[in-house]
Unconditional design. Structure first.
Length: 24
């Protein structure tokens, strides 16, 4: 499995970082 971080800008203008663990 791979682990990666995804940065998303929310409607509030703040940056949220998600650590995703895709299932393979």
């Amino acid at each position: 499995m791979h682990e990666y971080e995804l940065e998303v800008q929310t409607k509030d203008g703040t940056m949220d970082t998600f650590v995703c663990h895709p299932e393979e």
